[in-house]
Design a protein around this ligand. Structure first.
Ligand SMILES: O=C(O)CCC(=O)C(=O)O
Ligand SMILES: [Fe+2]
Length: 372
């Protein structure tokens, strides 16, 4: 199992930062060389491969959707209670839902998508200006991988787009020139959405709207934004874009493009999260699973690729500061619902990746009070 993808990789990469040889193996470069057979290190063992690949462009039939779609305008109308109940159900049963009319302007989302394309169209030298530096948690390069894991078919740049770490280690690429301006506008809008979702999620738990925001201290939160690019793959059935993982965030707000690829695990089955224009995919991260004392699930997900169309996605990981204490909300605990997880500083969670990065066990389970 791969480490989870929120803070994770760059913040806590258990291996030294990638060297120039690793950068030569960026997927995009392999594809440009016109390879027809993929290098061994990308080949998944048979048991991990997908049995069904999605056609590169899927028309999304809303009636067929499994994962709930929430129109957030409903939160301002007379159906508010029903919408809140729908979100609660989505968090309990799926750990994933999609939101429409979420307040982030579609034109800004399109600008970010365009920015990704422009970044990945730069020459290797221009992209490498921002390669991950030893001891830092952000930049361009291969993440989530050690010499013993199978490599993911994805290229990625991760930045701090909001909060204290944006000021101390922003890692904004100098090109495209408008990068930091667009990211600043987008991250403000996404953080605003996350803070609103905190209020809504507090209500779905039967609590006062400010409860979750207070617990993770909204004033010190940060946002990590990744730009993922999954180039077309000559042998898509042998690889994964990203291996199964759960996110270390509080919540993740993901912008995917029109090419399907994201799947979530439900009762041992992999279920597609179909692309919906202008929607965000919201998923519960490990930290909210802990804070909700296991009521809301941080669900495993993975990404498939195809052989004709590149896929871009932009996950935004909503994070507390390293000093924030994470623990099950006391308001939710009772004799019949005792705490499942111990209390810890978020910094300790991150450090877990350095100690036993790839034991095959989920990091979240090591914070159980009664480990199974
Ligand atoms: O590309 C996607 O749709 C999902 C990416 C993801 O799960 C991650 O970066 O953590
Ligand atoms: Fe993820």
């Amino acid at each position: 199992m791969a480490p989870s993808a929120g803070f994770t990789a760059s913040e806590v990469s258990p291996e030294p930062a990638p060297d120039s040889k690793a950068l030569l193996e960026m997927v995009q470069l392999l594809v440009t060389k016109g390879i027809t057979e993929i290098p061994q290190k990308f080949i998944q063992p048979e048991r991990s491969r997908a049995t069904v690949l999605h056609p590169p462009v899927e028309t999304c039939d809303l009636a067929q959707l499994h994962i709930p779609v929430i129109d957030m305008t409903g939160l301002d109308g007379e159906n508010k209670d029903q919408v809140i109940a729908d979100i609660a159900k989505a968090c309990e049963e799926w750990g994933f839902f999609q939101v429409l009319n979420h307040g982030v302007p579609p034109s800004l989302m399109r600008d970010m998508r365009q920015l990704s394309e422009e970044f990945f169209a730069l020459s290797p030298e221009e992209k490498e200006v921002n390669k991950i530096k030893p001891g830092t948690s952000v930049g361009y390069g291969r993440l989530f991988e050690t010499s013993t894991t199978v490599a993911n078919w994805v290229d990625r740049i991760t930045i701090w787009s909001y909060g204290e770490q944006k000021r101390t280690e922003p890692c904004m690429p100098p090109k495209p020139e408008r990068f930091s301006l667009v990211v600043a506008e987008y991250s403000h809008a996404v953080v605003k959405l996350c803070i609103r979702l905190m209020e809504i999620l507090s209500m779905t738990l039967g609590l006062e709207p400010y409860t979750l925001g207070e617990h993770i201290n909204s004033k010190t939160v940060g946002l990590r934004t990744s730009f993922n690019y999954y180039p077309p793959c000559p042998q898509p059935e042998l690889v994964l874009g990203i291996m199964p993982h759960a996110d270390t965030s509080f919540i993740t707000v993901l912008q995917q493009d029109k090419t399907p690829g994201l799947e979530i695990e439900e009762d041992g089955q992999w279920i597609l999260v179909p692309p919906i224009p202008d929607a965000f995919v919201v998923n519960i991260g490990d930290l909210l699973q802990i804070v909700s004392n296991g009521r809301y699930k941080s669900v495993m997900h993975r990404v498939l690729v195809n052989n004709t169309v590149g896929r871009f996605s932009i996950p935004n990981f909503f994070m507390p500061s390293k000093e924030t204490i994470i623990q099950p909300l006391k308001e939710l605990l009772s004799e019949s619902n005792p705490p499942l997880y111990r209390s810890f500083k978020f910094a300790e969670y991150i450090a877990g990746f350095y100690i036993k990065p790839l034991t095959g066990r989920r990091l979240i389970d090591s914070f159980l009070l009664d480990p199974r």
